[in-house]
Ligand binder design. Structure first.
Ligand code: FES
Length: 193
């Protein structure tokens, strides 16, 4: 088991909209997970190796409600894991590439057969703020994905930038599905999964 510490974190501490931003940090041995039912356990992959433990994390997707996202920390970065609704997927797939600032098909941003799961690095590609929108009660902007509180960039349900000043889509970390409800982040770098 891996200890998961719950940490309130904010790029703008005085901003009340950031107050409930909750991140999970993989750490030493132990387990937490009852504080909030939507937050999954994270397991490091090789307790014998500090380096490998930091390079990959496993995340159980099953507690994440439809339409919501969680944040886990991988290599010090917030990773958003969003359980997309069928409507959100449909909208993301139907956007003409000509309308996109950083053209990329939705299908290129998810794993085949797992398109209800969008996994992105939760760092705005403008100047690095953390966008809001993991919870339906947070501001998601007009495109239904995430909204950056710093300078107003908006992202859609594929994590693609739809309004700047951010120049690029939210990045996709390397990951692989271990089962239909479990992913390993960082795994592409380990086993090409
Ligand atoms: S850092 Fe997100 S819009 Fe500037």
């Amino acid at each position: 088991m891996t200890e998961v510490s719950l940490d309130h974190h904010s790029p703008k501490p005085k901003d009340p909209t950031r107050r409930d931003f909750l991140i999970l940090t993989a750490g030493a041995l132990g387990a937490v997970g009852t504080a909030y039912f939507t937050w999954p356990f994270i397991d490091s992959m090789n307790p014998a190796s500090d380096v490998l433990a930091q390079s990959t994390i496993d995340v159980d997707l099953s507690p994440i409600p439809l339409g919501q996202a969680i944040t886990v920390v991988w290599r010090g970065k917030p990773i958003f894991i969003r359980h997309r609704t069928p409507q959100e997927i449909k909208v993301a797939e139907q956007v003409p590439l000509s309308e996109l600032i950083d053209p990329e098909k939705d299908q290129e941003r998810v794993k085949k057969g797992h398109d209800q799961w969008l996994i992105v690095v939760g760092i705005c590609t403008h100047l690095g703020c953390i966008p809001t929108g993991n919870k339906p009660t947070e501001n998601r902007g007009k495109y239904g994905g995430w909204a950056c509180p710093c300078h107003g960039s908006l992202y859609d349900t594929s994590g693609r930038v739809r309004r700047g000043p951010a120049p690029a889509n939210l990045h996709i970390p390397p990951y692989t599905f271990l089962t239909t409800t479990k992913i390993r982040i960082g795994a592409n770098e380990v086993n090409n999964g």
